[in-house]
Design a protein around this ligand. Structure first.
Ligand SMILES: *Cc1c(COP(=O)(O)O)cnc(C)c1O
Length: 458
């Protein structure tokens, strides 16, 4: 068959409403032109994030009812631990309430002020956690990853030569560990090849530096490897994931992504000393090590979700939805990152709105236009989110100005995507009218979540 259908049918529905354009203009002004400050019910298709926004399966809902809420050593913990060990093969498993809690404790236990943490691209919370303890979060994405137009299979790969130069420049003692984000969320949701994971590991081994995988989308990455990397066509997604984790010394995970759950995360590692330090802070911050800030029922839902994310038919359908939007944009000449990522389509705001200079935030202009036009909520990944300053404290431009439309898992159907394409096309036709923005209020960390904007009409 040519049509790839959703490999599920719908057993429960949730209404969405569409408010008028005038109402949306008013709501956006009240939210200080920052879509993070909108009420979710005022967004008719919410593509702000794929994090924790997925629909659970009947098997997950059934598992939820089996939640064992014992404080220590619950049955649900046993199930969770067994599944996480099956997938990652790691010795120590620690649940956390989200991925960032795992990152935060990792940073506080392993990073000293002034140390360097390389990554292909740090996610925003990862960067913030490393910087909060005085670390320096550096990105070494392969050059193809910075080119938004070339269609190559593994644009999330680490640049090995740049990574090695960094280690030599700063000295081995200054690099407590190196991270690798699969798929590379901030760089367009692009996958990392197993050959690259293996090569990164070999390089790090030479210097005795541990590898920590940011595994949020490990199953989507495994699917890309299955489809695109020689030698993996006959392997299951589970086998591919297992091989990937076999090269790592530790991993952080947000189960709100490929855990197919609405909350949760974990940290895994092989090193006993790392585990001991992690556990001590986990008890202080998150909870006893067999629940780590989660209810027993959450552990149940995640244990089922992790395995469902590795089902081949599910990944085929998921990637088909992303490909569908990508193909329609390509046909209309609307600039976006090629190839499309695993969990999202990234519009290229620089080429979409060339009249807006980077520090007038073209991404915010585009995000706000999509909301006013059709009630679509996306997110800027550009100079606002990555807001960096030079030594003199001047704001620096981000090399990429993207707008991410992230797809919640198993939530929207094809007609929602057709509506989305109409809205993007209408915004594209009126792109000359879209203004830039300036910031009128910003907090110290993670400013994009809560800052206020005003438009710059020129
Ligand atoms: C979501 C995400 C995180 C953080 O996880 P949370 O559960 O949101 O705290 C870290 N890294 C990447 C790549 C992510 O996508």
């Amino acid at each position: 068959m040519r049509t790839i259908i959703e490999p599920f049918r719908i057993k429960m529905t949730e209404p969405i409403k569409i408010i008028s354009r005038a109402e949306r203009e008013q709501k956006l002004a009240q939210a200080h032109y920052n879509v993070f400050l909108l009420d979710a019910e005022d967004c008719c298709i919410d593509l702000l994030t794929d994090s924790g926004t997925g629909a659970m399966s009947d098997r997950q809902w059934a598992a939820l009812m089996c939640g064992d809420e014992s404080y220590a050593g619950s049955k649900s913990w046993k199930k969770f631990e067994a599944v996480v060990k099956t997938v990652t093969g790691m010795k120590h498993v620690f649940p956390t309430h989200q991925g960032r809690a795992a990152e935060g404790i990792l940073a506080q236990t392993r990073v000293k002020p002034g140390q360097i943490i390389p990554n292909n691209s740090h996610f925003d919370t990862t960067r913030a956690n490393m910087e909060y303890v005085g670390g320096q979060a550096l990105n070494f994405l392969c050059p193809e990853g910075l080119d938004l137009t070339i269609d190559v299979p593994f644009k999330g790969n680490m640049a090995l030569d740049a990574l090695e130069r960094c280690i030599q420049e700063h000295g081995v003692g200054q690099v407590p560990f190196c991270m690798l984000t699969v798929t590379n969320n901030t760089g367009g949701g692009q996958p990392v090849a197993l050959a690259n994971v293996r090569a990164v590991k070999a390089l790090l081994q030479k210097y005795g530096i541990p590898l920590v995988i940011d595994a949020c989308r490990f199953a989507e990455n495994a699917y890309f490897i299955h489809e695109r990397e020689d030698g993996y066509q006959d392997k299951s997604l589970l086998e591919i994931a297992q091989e990937m984790f076999s090269y790592a010394d530790a991993a952080t995970m947000s189960c709100k992504k490929d855990g197919l759950a609405n909350i949760g995360g974990f940290f895994v590692c092989n090193n006993d000393e790392w585990a001991e330090d992690f556990k001590n802070l986990l008890i202080l911050r998150e909870g006893f090590p067999t629940y780590g800030g989660l209810a027993g029922r959450d552990l149940e839902a995640i244990a089922v979700g992790l395995m469902e994310a590795l089902e081949y038919d599910y990944q085929v359908y998921r990637h088909a939805t992303v490909e569908y939007l990508g193909r329609k944009l390509l046909e209309r000449g609307i600039p976006h990152v090629r190839p499309v990522g695993g969990h999202a389509v990234f519009l290229d705001s620089k080429r979409f709105l060339p009249q807006i200079p980077p520090l007038h935030y073209p991404g915010i202009g585009l995000v706000n236009a999509l909301y006013v036009e059709g009630g679509i909520r996306g997110v800027e990944l550009g100079s606002v989110m990555f807001g960096r300053r030079d030594a003199q404290g001047r704001e620096m431009e981000s090399p990429l100005e993207l707008v991410r439309l992230a797809f919640p898992r198993r939530v929207y159907t094809q007609s929602h995507f057709d509506y989305l394409i109409e809205v993007i096309e209408d915004v594209w036709k009126q792109r000359d009218q879209i203004p830039g923005y300036r910031i009128t209020y910003q907090p110290k960390f993670l400013r994009h979540f809560t800052c206020h904007f005003e438009s710059i009409r020129v």
